[in-house]
Design a protein around this ligand. Structure first.
Ligand code: OGA
Ligand code: ZN
Ligand code: ZN
Length: 385
């Protein structure tokens, strides 16, 4: 895979063979970066791979003393001062190529969607998922790409939402408990516990950190109405960026307070409605008209911020973005809470019952689960992951 190596100043440059995937390009690896990635047993614990030194233990004037291509095409570097030796396999170097193209290629695909996804909704079957790691991984992959997924065929017994949440990740206990019952009750502490329709929203933006994933599991749904609404917040944010770039920019920069108060809780968090990463990609949307509190910002920001908020709400409410479906008993919708905004139509509790149970899990748990499954499947096939 490696055609040649070259050391210039404090960089190692690798020219790849013309074979895919590196396509004959070259990759630059700075010396300090390579040294810090040494996997030898002096640098990393042989059992768990954790680093055994501090960055301050490395010489500040570190330099590549010599770099050679071994017979098996691994790169062997002798460091100066000190003479420490590190070896990097071609596969590892290719996997960690720092070029813009390679870095883009490592991003997992995010598929924006609108109402039109209706016919190809990401769906998993619970009984298959618990018996076949490939089925569970396929669900987690489609969940990651779309920011939501519907699990069918789960038990219709109370508490199942915890079983699903703790299978895919780790349920986060909140002031609502480990799970919360969504049904119409007397003296509701939350509008969710009434029969009114709920506009699309992220749950609990008043928490820090805000729950990463929400599960809603259906136990009963004979009441007329109460259909589930889902909107891709990332898609809406991109529409806003195209139609009103200044509004988009303001919503990524000016945070607003969210708040929830009940007898035993007073929760408050401050965050922007849209979050972007260092490359400007949308990575989070938090939107909740019920718990948006007040805008604690310079007075001059207020009018433009409200105009931007209104415009974003208008985009989020467009029918062409809104996926509508009905949860049946045994269905569990799993939503990336900072992307797939959810709501429901009003229902009539006098004509039937409607009972959902909800729970929150963190995103990292689901991502970890997907990596573990991928590793297990690869190991079962006898392929190194
Ligand atoms: C909620 C909620 C939706 C529903 O409880 O957070 O949004 O379908 N419920 O009842
Ligand atoms: Zn080492
Ligand atoms: Zn909700």
């Amino acid at each position: 895979m490696i055609r040649s190596i070259d050391v210039a100043g404090s960089n190692l440059t690798i020219a790849w063979e013309k074979s895919a995937p590196e396509n004959g390009g070259s990759a630059v690896f700075p010396a300090i970066w390579l040294r810090d990635n040494c996997r030898c047993p002096e640098c990393r614990h042989a059992g768990n791979g954790q680093r055994l030194y501090e960055i301050t233990d490395l010489p500040e004037d570190l330099a590549i003393g010599a770099a050679v291509l071994s017979d098996d095409k691994a790169v062997r570097i002798t460091w100066q001062p000190g003479g420490h030796v590190s070896t990097f396999t071609p596969a590892w170097l290719a996997d960690h190529d720092l070029s813009a193209e390679a870095r883009r290629g490592r991003k997992r695909p995010v598929k924006l969607w609108s109402k039109a996804i209706g016919t190809e909704m990401p769906i998993g079957d619970w009984r298959q998922m618990v018996s076949d790691p490939a089925a569970e991984l396929a669900f987690l992959d489609t969940f990651h790409a779309h920011g939501f997924g519907l699990i069918r065929n789960s038990p219709t017994v109370p508490g199942t939402v915890l079983q699903i949440g703790n299978h895919l990740g780790f349920v986060r206990v909140t002031n609502y408990g480990a799970l919360f019952d969504v049904k119409s009750v007397a003296n509701p502490t939350n509008l969710a516990y009434t029969p009114v329709g709920l506009g699309v929203h992220s749950d609990n933006p008043y928490r820090d950190p805000t729950p990463g994933v929400q599960l809603l599991h259906c136990l009963e749904s004979t009441a007329p109405g109460g259909d589930t609404l889902l909107v891709d917040g990332f898609n809406a944010a991109e529409i806003l960026r195209r139609e009103a770039p200044d509004a988009f920019d303001l919503l990524t920069r000016v945070p607003v307070n969210f708040r929830f108060r009940s007898n035993d809780a007073d929760l408050m968090a401050r965050q922007t409605l849209i979050s972007v990463d260092e490359g400007g990609n949308v990575v989070g949307v938090h939107f909740n008209n019920r718990s948006l509190d007040w805008l604690d910002a310079p007075a001059a920001m207020v009018v433009p911020w409200f105009a931007a908020y209104r415009k974003f709400a208008e985009v989020l409410h467009r029918p062409e973005g809104e996926l509508i479906f009905r949860l049946e008993p045994g269905d569990c919708v799993v939503m990336q809470n900072d992307r797939a905004l959810h709501g429901r139509t009003a229902f009539d509790p006098s004509k039937g019952s409607r009972h959902l149970q909800g729970a929150y899990v963190d995103k990292d748990g689901l991502e970890s689960r997907a990596r573990v499954l991928r590793r297990q499947i690869a190991e079962d096939k006898g392929v190194a992951a």
